[in-house]
Design a protein around this ligand. Structure first.
Ligand SMILES: *Cc1c(COP(=O)(O)O)cnc(C)c1O
Length: 648
């Protein structure tokens, strides 16, 4: 953790000279932005897209303006189609380059795991743009298989079926094979095997089979438990042998074509990738030696995203580049299989996160700030006030680098003493407010001294954070950024404008839910994780917009309806070669009626129920008939409004 400057220190700095390079350094945008995001000379975040040999940039504020003009208000998810296309292109061309350079004898076939972002227009775009590379889909359930079968446009694109499969799932996949789609069943558990054998015989369609193994390599990062003996997925070596024997007995060993392993998501360390691939190759070779024809090696997902931009093997970062990832995989396979004279398999990866993370961002406005700064100080204590309050005033005069720790303890002591007096009716509400204000002012003074100290005592290290402002954002963490809440994910977060001005406030973020978990107090920075974020002072009559970046993976459907905040507005933007952009798609988020129907209310009934309540008020003489229709009208309008904070 890096100590943050305090708001008192920075109040003076707000007017200080500041430039966009300092903002870029502070928010790390050039590091995590992967050349897609940067700051314009006007101090706005812009998205950069390459077209052949020229690039165009579009400021996000222009898109936000366009959204407002179309009645699409904050919060909103902005998807940039070009970034999604570019990720698919990059993944495929990087593997092609590694394959060509390494003299590898088989191609790469990527598949997109639908669970990572199932939204129709994301999947459609991948199917469409991915055609040129025979990019296919990974499906983990019947619903996802139905998406894959109906969206895949290219007959050379693969469908990989993971997850538990019932007879219906298997029949669907067999029909795909019958239609000429290379659709593989990856056996995850031996209990699926008899159903697959029975159904394929009954329909007289030979399946394409794969098998998922448990690898034993230990993987760094959050998903370390996805691999290893205790992984809940995949077959143990003993079960693998039983599978081979069962298939041989059923005269179906020739259907076994693919080995699958998935080390986990967001693998930050290239060494783990390498050892995982080496181990998978040994299994692959073993199955080939057992007489299975094989031909496909599926290495699962795990390609990381550098959310922090620090290029390390920390959980939210990665210590390798995409081209290194590809070269490592190609080389590891060759190293293991060449000495055994086993033909090079088609390489499959199921990169989800790295494919979709960049293309979406969450944009929201700040509604309000709860400032930590003390109210204007009073110079002297009131007459006849309790001693505790007098002592606080006294203390205020004497804070220095020599006695700050003592002052800290005393300030809290006297404040608590006064609260105790208040509790017993021996201090007034005003005295308590005054005591708290003087105490905060002392704490600010102490915090301002900390950066100049050679060593900050442990109990004071969190002081700047405790004294930070709270910026209330128009979003729900649970709906739009569930991984921050669930797994402490770090996403890059920054203002999308005013970046030529010094961000004079130290803050944490809170969302609209009245839940103490609905806050963000962990932020990435190039100097390490921080508990606060530097933001600009709000200006009256002017919106202040923040962006949370790299949120295309896993966030959109994991989100929930906590406090009944629903889906946000979404816009898909396509940037053109001349730098103009079009709103290719726009979706209005859930209305209040929508979210209420998710929890089994019927909006029509609610209106009717409310009408009766209003009618009763008329009969009781509380409201007039005219007022009744006004109230019922307001109720109806609210029901059809956005679930987030709307400004008139
Ligand atoms: C979740 C998952 C993926 C996607 O992993 P990423 O790290 O997002 O690339 C791929 N394959 C399987 C089997 C998965 O469960």
């Amino acid at each position: 953790m890096t100590a943050s400057p305090t708001n008192t220190q920075q109040a003076d700095r707000a007017t200080e000279a500041w430039d966009i390079d300092q903002s870029a350094q502070l928010y790390g945008i050039n590091a995590w932005g992967a050349d897609y995001f940067s700051i314009s000379p006007q101090g706005e975040v812009q998205v950069r897209v390459a077209f052949g040999d020229h690039t165009v940039t579009v400021p996000l504020m222009e898109i936000v303006q366009g959204m407002h003009d179309r009645g699409l208000h904050m919060p909103a998810i902005l998807r940039i189609r070009n970034l999604l296309d570019h990720r698919i292109e990059l993944l495929n061309t990087s593997f092609s380059r590694a394959i060509d350079a390494g003299g590898y004898q088989s191609p790469y076939r990527g598949v997109y795991p639908i669970k990572v972002n199932q939204q129709c227009h994301v999947v459609e775009e991948i199917a469409d743009y991915g055609q040129a590379y025979h990019h296919g889909f990974e499906a983990g359930s019947k619903a996802e298989l139905i998406i894959a079968m109906s969206q895949l446009r290219d007959s050379e694109g693969l469908i990989i079926c993971n997850g538990y499969k019932d007879a219906e799932f298997i029949e669907l996949g067999l029909y795909a094979v019958q239609m000429g789609i290379p659709c593989f069943f990856v056996v995850e558990t031996l209990s699926e095997l008899p159903i697959i054998i029975e159904r394929s015989r009954a329909l007289n369609i030979e399946p394409l089979l794969g098998v998922r193994i448990k690898t034993t390599v230990a993987v760094d990062g959050y998903w370390s438990q996805d691999s290893g003996d205790r992984s809940i997925f995949g077959l143990s070596t003993a079960s693998l042998m039983r599978l081979v024997d069962t298939l041989r007995q059923a005269d179906m060993l020739h259907c076994l074509r693919l080995l699958h392993c998935h080390l986990g998501s967001q693998i930050p360390n290239i060494r783990n990738v390498r050892s995982g691939v080496l181990e998978a190759c040994r299994f692959y070779a073993g199955l080939a030696q057992e007489g299975a024809p094989m031909g496909y090696l599926d290495l699962g997902g795990g390609l990381a995203v550098d959310y922090e931009g620090v290029r390390t093997n920390s959980t939210h970062s990665m210590n390798y580049r995409l081209d290194e990832y590809c070269v490592n995989i190609v080389e590891s396979i060759r190293e293991t299989l060449d000495p055994l004279e086993i033909e090079h398999p088609v390489i499959i990866t199921e990169s989800g996160r790295a494919t979709v993370a960049y293309s979406s961002m969450l944009l929201f406005n700040i509604l309000n700030v709860s400032s930590s700064s003390p109210a204007a100080p009073t110079s002297a204590p009131p007459q006849d006030c309790p001693d505790a309050l007098k002592n606080l005033f006294e203390l205020q005069q004497h804070v220095s680098t020599q006695n700050f720790q003592e002052c800290y303890n005393d300030a809290l002591f006297y404040r608590d003493e006064l609260r105790e007096l208040f509790h017993h009716g021996q201090a007034t509400l005003r005295e308590r407010a005054l005591a708290e204000n003087v105490c905060v002012s002392i704490l600010h003074h102490i915090a301002a001294l900390l950066p100049d100290l050679p060593r900050v005592p442990p109990e004071l290290q969190n002081l700047p954070e405790q004294l930070s402002d709270i910026y209330y954002g128009n979003f729900s963490l649970f709906q739009s950024l569930p991984d921050i809440w669930a797994i402490d994910q770090l996403f890059p977060i920054m203002p999308i404008h005013r970046l030529g001005e010094a961000p004079g406030r130290t803050a944490i973020l809170a969302d609209l839910t009245c839940d103490c978990d609905g806050k963000i107090d962990r932020f990435s920075s190039l100097e390490g994780e921080r508990n606060t974020l530097q933001l600009h002072e709000l200006r009256t009559g002017e919106e202040y917009y923040l962006g949370v970046f790299l949120v295309g993976a896993y966030q959109e459907t994991l989100g929930d309806l906590h406090n009944l905040f629903g889906d946000t507005n979404v816009v898909n933007v396509a940037i053109q070669a001349d730098g103009s952009f079009e709103f290719a798609r726009e979706f209005h988020g859930d209305s209040i009626a929508d979210v209420l129907s998710y929890v089994e209310y019927e909006p029509k009934r609610l209106q009717e129920d409310f009408r009766l309540v209003a009618e009763k008020a008329v009969r009781a003489g509380k409201i007039s008939v005219a007022q009744r229709s006004q109230i019922v009208q307001a109720f109806r309008e609210s029901l059809h409004g956005y679930t987030y904070f709307e400004k008139y």
